[in-house]
Design a protein around this ligand. Sequence first.
Ligand SMILES: [Ca+2]
Ligand SMILES: [Ca+2]
Ligand SMILES: [Ca+2]
Length: 312
Amino acid sequence: MKKIASLTSLALFPLAAPAALLFDIDGPGDLYEPRELRAFDWAVGESLAQGVVLEPPGTPFRTLAQFELSDVLFSDGTEPLPIGSDGPFEITTVITIDSVVQARTDTFIVYTFLGGDVDIYYDDLSGPASDNADNLNTNNGNLFGAFGNGELILSAEIQPMLIGANFTRSPDVGLETLDQFGADDLGVDTILGFGAANFTGEVDFSNPAWFPDEDADLTMTITTFETPFASSEPSGNGGIVVDRAPDYGGGPNGVIQGSDFHSESDANTDFRERQIPEPKPLVLLAAGLLGLFLWKRNHGNNNKTRRNRVNA
Ligand SMILES: [Ca+2]
Ligand SMILES: [Ca+2]
Ligand SMILES: [Ca+2]
């Protein structure tokens, strides 16, 4: 009887391990096959927190962020993807986060997530050149929508979170040029600072040609919100993400109350198969572990147990 219980526990262990989630980089295309997905590593992109600058606690606001995928981490290796002006395809994401200012000091701000959406697109670049999320094109007026077009391959709903993000303003330093990537294309100064965000998303749509498994969840980490832009080209004249160009309020970035805050950002996304809690297997697992414990105590660990008693 005890042996049966211990065998049951061993048989249940695979259920406790993270399940593999399959991903096919080019969906129905022939270049790639489905492999076990671990994570997406996005290229440096950008975020725009709309109307939040210097607003007091309790103020709701929306943050938009956009990234192009640069590396796919599979269980058997990493697959680098073409980015920028390189084809033949691109995978991009557009993120909408609704938040509220939770607390702030002169140099530190924390935000609470109310919700939001993550949409991921596969674009075969068969549309106009302006559909290409090439940051070098971002200041010629063509960026608008480049990160949010193509075929929707995954959509997730951001879960509310008490403390979701933070931003620290570097104290005692003056303003700098916001666009320090190549030429200054924006002509805007900025305060200096950095922040981060972390949230989970419940996938409410996945395209089976790219994600053959039905139920997936993800954890998204925006590892940095940072000024100035030092390693990627900010979009400006062409607008950012969904609906409009940055509004600096006529002053430097991060200075005029009620204006947008524009920052360079980096992000990655971890994927996992959805784990639906089922009490019954957990009870069985507990019973199995108890059985294994009793069996080992009565057999394998007898000598050790006696020795410990002597030492004590
Ligand atoms: Ca394929
Ligand atoms: Ca695109
Ligand atoms: Ca530039």
